[in-house]
Structure formats: C-alpha cells, structure tokens
Design a protein around this ligand. Structure first.
Ligand code: 1GP
Length: 242
C-alpha cells in the first residue's frame, strides 16, 4: 500500500523523530512503537547531513514495522531508505524560497537521484507560536482564533492540488492547533489532514482525534515524558476503533 493511501484511512498517530535534537532516537522509536504509533516522521528544522540521515533511517527500518516518512527541514534531508517524503511548501511563508524555491531545487534532486521515493505534496501551514519551523521558514503564523484563515489556506492547497495539508503549531509550542481550527479545516478539506505541535496529553489528542484529521503528530513528548505516549495513542484509538 502506498503511504498516501495508508495516511488517508482513519486517524493515525505519528511520532516525530528529530535526529538533530535527540541522540537517543532508537530508544524513542522503540518506546513509540511499543506504544502503538502508526508511523515515524524523521526530520527537523535544522537538519543533519544526508549520509547521517541515511544511517538513521537504516537503523529505524531494522526495528520498525510502520512507515518511515521524511519530514525535511532542508533540501539535504533525503534518503532512498524511507518509505515516502513530505514534499513541503510553507504556504504562509513570506519568503518565496520556502514556498517554491527549495521545492524546485529539491524536485531535481528527487527526480534524478531518488526516483522510487514516494512523494507526498504537503501544504505546510504554521499556526500560533509556529516554533523553530515558523521562525526559520519566515512564516507569518496564523492567529489561533482565526480558523477561517486556515480554511482559506487549506482550500487554496486543495485547488492547487496538494495531497495533504499539515497544520503545524510548531514543535514544543505552548498551545496546539485549536480544535475549532481543526474542525473548520476538516469540514472543507477532502485531502489528508495532518495536525501537530504542542500536543502533550491524551485528553488533547482525543479532542483533536474527534475532529477526524488523518494524522496526529507528537514529537517532544516522546523525548520528555515517553510514558505519556501510550496514553496519547490509546486516546486516539478510543475515538477511532481500528
Ligand atoms: C512538529 O508537529 C510536530 O512538526 C511535533 O510537535 O514536538 O510539539 O510534539 P511537538
């Protein structure tokens, strides 16, 4: 099954592993897999050299039965060993480089060197705090109380033909993407919807899951309070029984 198809079914939990931040990524991946995570995103805003990324994904593949999807912060973060790559465009960046500049560089690299890697075009929309990703990509993050702006971006993404929309509060954000915003976007978006950033409890994950996004991403919690990961995955499963 293609990864996009896999993401389209139900509400899944993905664990973000940022090898630049965490030296103990194998330990974190093992905890996440035991907790029942449905997939692993590998990436981060600052990035690591592609050779090192290759080794990270190789190691993760040895212990993992779930898809491993690249979540690149720079055009260097590509490896054939992954199952797919989120081909991100930061729709609310103020710098065209992050909307289409990096993409045209990355597209050539993908086509020439990684023709078999599944590419999932993803409109990346920074919300609220925006975190390091928002800062580094020169985004103008959406106000938390303006779901209609998120809907407008999501509709633009849909009409522009993106496979997925990622509503991102930023890794370690003080507040996750607000529920009314997830609800409003879900109502209009018939594509894969990914939500992440600042999700730290089962209760919040459950509230978000009730709005039926396709993927809920957590990263920081696996590093700081790994025991909470089980609770988060269980809460999502409670809403959407497999
Ligand atoms: C970042 O949405 C993810 O892209 C994860 O955020 O680290 O806050 O869980 P957290």
């Amino acid at each position: 099954m293609r990864v996009l198809e896999y993401l389209s079914e139900g509400v899944k939990h993905f664990t973000l592993i940022d090898p630049d931040k965490s030296v103990d990524y194998i330990k974190i991946a093992k905890i996440a897999l035991e907790a029942g995570t449905d997939g692993i995103l590998v990436g981060g805003s600052l990035g690591i050299p592609s050779g090192e990324l290759d080794d990270v994904v190789k190691e993760l593949k040895l212990i993992s039965h779930v898809p491993i999807v690249l979540f690149p912060g720079t055009i260097c973060q590509i490896t054939q060993r992954a199952d797919a790559i989120l081909f991100l465009s930061v729709l609310n960046s103020q710098d065209p480089y992050f909307i289409v500049g990096a993409q045209l560089q990355g597209a050539v690299i993908l086509a020439k060197h990684y023709p078999n890697l599944e590419v999932i075009s993803t409109a990346y929309i920074l919300v609220g705090d925006g975190g390091a990703a928002g800062y580094l990509s020169m985004a103008r993050p959406l106000p938390l109380k303006r779901p209609e702006i998120a809907v407008a971006y999501a509709l633009a993404a849909r009409y522009m033909g993106f496979n997925a929309v990622y509503l991102e509060a930023g890794s370690g954000a003080p507040e996750p993407v607000p529920i009314p915003m997830v609800r409003a976007v879900r109502k209009y978006l018939d594509r894969v919807l990914i939500v992440g950033g600042g999700i730290r409890s089962g209760a919040i994950a459950e509230q978000i899951a009730r709005e039926r996004p396709n993927v809920i991403v957590t990263g920081t919690i696996a590093e700081e309070e790994p025991e909470k990961l089980r609770e988060i995955v269980r809460s999502i499963r409670n809403v959407v029984k497999p």
